[in-house]
Write a protein that binds this ligand. Structure first.
Ligand SMILES: C[S@@+](CC[C@H](N)C(=O)[O-])C[C@H]1O[C@@H](n2cnc3c(N)ncnc32)[C@H](O)[C@@H]1O
Length: 765
């Protein structure tokens, strides 16, 4: 089964299929597979319609913002080197292409004869050596800069092209996998004779190319600059070391701007040739690229080399210091979370901090494939992992009108704008940085078939399979707020926190458990995973992909629909063995309690799930602090009676040491209700019940409020229950126990928020 949801996937649900969306799919659906286009427009018509679109877009770009990004029917990328797609035998002319067909083993060579314009992809018109003309739609390439990667007069090769009917007598060659399109250097022997002009560029020198590159750079046409510098390097004499070094360094600078960090580092190093000042700059560029690749040790070495050549340069020194700080974070896991938090704004969501993962190791689990294990004894509340996102789009509003939603034609699923931004960002980052492919592509992609060639360099670029990347995205990404603290504030003020979607590759190896031993929180680009209890070295680390709902079968449906598994944790096994009759009775009684509560005031979670606001997207927001009205004692007593009956439906001894999730919300409600009545003994009773029902069963057995060894869940509701228990204990004159409860609440807060920020204010609130 394919995995078609994200960790914490609730965010997708508002985007159900609609008739309109279905109509759009059928409009672009294959109609005439294997045929030549029946009414193909003429060359003049194609060029004229393209020119009209370019003009309209230039005049009012806002009218042409495409709000949907379609993933077409899945097909594999080309993995055949251009030289094996032998031009003479395998060349296919535009005029021979048949519709809705992937022309396997074939290649189209062409020249771009129009300027590009952007809609969801980049559109140009191309002409082949026979003079055949067609539109070319290129998706998933660098499309966010003002600059464009393709320009009029470029020579291109389209490997194994797909020819598409767009409806309305509009046809195009469509390229989805970026590695299927090659932009050829002017001198490439692959360019068919007829496409080049006989005397083309004969008198051009390397110097001319370098100057053209400089001009393009100043005009911020970075792709053009890259092309010109590459031409200059090809044309320059190998003897002219100073010239070549200069151009390599310039090209390194452009590559850095385009976030092509592998190429930046190699160009910068290729430019080193014995000139102190220039070499220092080159080492600095190489260092900046290595730093961006999170290769801090390598970055440090480059910065040291730069500083040695120019000890007075303050940027070199500053970057060396930054590298040392990152290395210290990566080695020791010591972060200044307060400082990190203070730099976070809606515009600055990417923190300049390293990943700490020294305490975990990836290994093979008994049943769930790979998993993450504790590399040492870890204490309750300790940081287990602090990971910088591989890619995190700054798209925190699901309804951001300026962003496209992602529509996957293969499974009919629609994902919010942040998912579309994440997919595009992942594709770009991997295409631009071949060295990042191997680790990323090793992540779980469900059942998506792999060719084994993904990510390897063919024709100088890594093979990019956008459908594999999408499968990895949906299986491994997390929805994340800008700061977990804001989710808690929003939860209690009943507003909705903005979430983005991002991918943290190390955290992606954590498997799910309904009763986990870690919990995650978010601080900008960083995911903070902390131990919810003491964990011995070697134990598998788990967290909740989504907060488990109270009913076993509903829970399994979520896991199966989203990730294709049935959970085999002790809680799920116990509930499964109860059978549908007993589970049905529990659910019925839960619904009865809910209806009493809804009628008489307050409310239980509409989602029917224990609220875990840091993990869910607002589910359970109705529960906490929801008792705005004063509830009559008679109502409270009747809820108490029903709750007692519900507890009997969790048979002993099976559930003695397990959570009783149907009882969570009633006990939260009762705790709140008695607290509103200022009844400390009852508040304490139900605060302890909340803890017990979340699985902290030692509390029930009178073993005090030490949760360090408890196998129960830690979430904001347990923290809240601990806080209320502390208050009640103090009111009852049990000061020592009150201090213990508050200490536990504080540690729980650190787990839920990721650090101590906001604790004091919340405790007072
Ligand atoms: C984010 S990945 C976790 C790492 C994965 N086990 C691997 O080998 O790469 C999610 C996938 O792990 C597996 N998984 C995670 N938790 C599981 C559980 N409780 N029971 C069964 N499979 C689980 C499922 O195949 C799920 O799609």
């Amino acid at each position: 089964m394919s995995k078609d949801a994200e960790l914490d996937g609730e965010e997708e649900r508002p985007y159900e299929d609609t008739a309109d969306r279905q109509k759009e799919v059928s409009r672009v659906a294959p109609a005439v597979e294997g045929q030549k286009p029946p009414n193909k427009p003429s060359r003049e018509e194609i060029l004229s319609s393209h020119a009209t679109n370019c003009k309209a877009l230039a005049e009012s770009p806002e009218a042409y913002v495409i709000r949907q990004y379609f993933l077409p029917k899945a097909y594999p990328p080309s993995t055949v080197p251009l030289k094996e797609l032998e031009p003479v035998k395998q060349l296919i002319h535009v005029g021979d292409l048949t519709l809705e067909t992937h022309h396997r083993g074939k290649v189209v060579f062409g020249k771009v004869i129009s300027s590009p314009y952007r809609s969801t992809g980049v559109i140009v018109v191309i002409e082949d050596e026979e003079g055949d003309v067609e539109k070319l739609s290129i998706y998933n390439r660098d499309d966010t800069t003002l600059d464009c990667f393709i320009a009029e007069n470029d020579f291109i090769a389209i490997k194994e092209p797909f020819y598409k009917y767009n409806g309305d007598e509009d046809y195009a060659i469509r390229v989805d996998h970026p590695s299927d399109l090659l932009i050829l250097e002017e001198g490439s022997s692959f360019i068919p004779e007829k496409l080049r002009k006989p005397d083309q560029n004969l008198s051009r020198t390397a110097s001319d190319d370098k100057q053209a590159g400089d001009k393009a750079y100043l005009a911020k046409q970075y792709f053009r600059a890259l092309e010109c510098y590459s031409q200059a390097i090809s044309r320059a004499s190998s003897e002219d070391k100073a010239f070549r070094s200069d151009v390599y360094r310039k090209r390194a600078g452009v590559n850095l701007l385009l976030q092509r960090f592998d190429a930046t580092e190699s160009d910068a190093l290729a430019s080193v040739f014995g000139d102190g000042t220039a070499d220092a700059k080159a080492h600095h560029l190489a260092g900046r690229a290595a730093y961006e690749l999170e290769e801090y040790e390598r970055g440090k070495k480059h910065f040291e080399a730069a500083s040695k050549l120019n000890p007075k340069n303050s940027s070199f020194k500053k970057d060396l210091q930054r590298s040392n700080s990152r290395l210290a974070e990566a080695e020791g896991g010591s972060y200044d979370f307060k400082a990190m938090s203070s730099t976070l704004t809606n515009r600055n969501v990417h923190l300049d901090n390293a990943t700490y993962s020294a305490d975990v190791k990836v290994g093979i689990t008994e049943y769930y494939g790979r998993g993450t294990f504790a590399a040492r004894d870890i204490k309750a509340g300790e940081l287990v992992l602090c990971e910088k996102a591989f890619y995190l789009p700054n798209t925190y509003s699901a309804n951001d009108e300026s962003e496209r939603v992602l529509f996957n034609v293969n499974n009919g699923r629609v994902f919010p704008a942040s998912s579309a931004a994440l997919l595009r960002g992942l594709i770009r980052k991997l295409y631009n940085n071949p060295s990042l492919n191997a680790d990323f592509l090793a992540l779980d992609a469900g059942n998506y078939p792999r060719s084994g060639k993904e990510g390897i360099l063919i024709d100088g670029v890594p093979v990019i399979d956008i459908f594999l990347i999408e499968s990895i995205r949906v299986t491994n990404c997390f929805n994340a707020p800008l700061h977990s603290l804001t989710v808690i504030h929003n939860l209690f003020s009943k507003s909705t926190a903005g979430l983005t979607t991002a991918l943290w590759p190390r955290s992606a190896f954590l498997n799910h458990s309904c009763t986990p031993n870690t919990a995650r929180a978010f601080l900008g680009s960083h995911q903070l995973v902390r131990a919810t209890r003491d964990i011995p070295a070697g134990e598998e680390l788990t967290h909740q992909y989504v907060s488990p709902g109270p009913d076993w079968s509903q829970r399994q449906k979520v896991y199966a629909d989203s990730w294709g598994f049935e959970c085999g944790c002790t809680l799920c096994l116990a509930e499964k063995s109860d059978g549908p009759t007993l589970r049905g009775k529990r659910d019925q009684l839960f619904q009865t309690i809910k209806s009493v509560v809804m009628r008489k005031g307050g409310g239980l979670s509409a989602s029917n799930a224990p609220s875990n606001p840091l993990h869910a997207t607002g589910t359970g927001a109705d529960t906490a602090g929801s008792l705005s009205s004063f509830i009559p004692t008679s109502t409270i007593r009747s809820v108490e009676r029903l709750t007692t009956q519900l507890a009997l439906l969790y048979p002993s001894p099976k559930f003695d040491a397990l959570p009783r999730l149907c009882l969570v919300h009633p006990s939260i409600w009762l705790c709140d209700a008695w607290r509103a009545h200022r009844h400390p003994a009852k508040t304490l009773k139900y605060a302890l019940e909340v803890l017990r029902n979340f699985g902290h069963t030692d509390v029930e057995r009178g073993r005090g409020l030490d949760l360090r060894k408890s196998k129960g869940m830690i979430n904001i509701e347990t923290v809240r229950a601990l806080r209320f228990a502390g208050e009640a204990l103090r009111a009852l004159g049990r000061e020592a126990e009150a201090v213990r409860a508050e200490g536990e609440a504080r540690r729980g807060w650190g787990v839920c928020v990721g650090w101590e920020g906001g604790w004091k204010e919340w405790r007072r609130g």
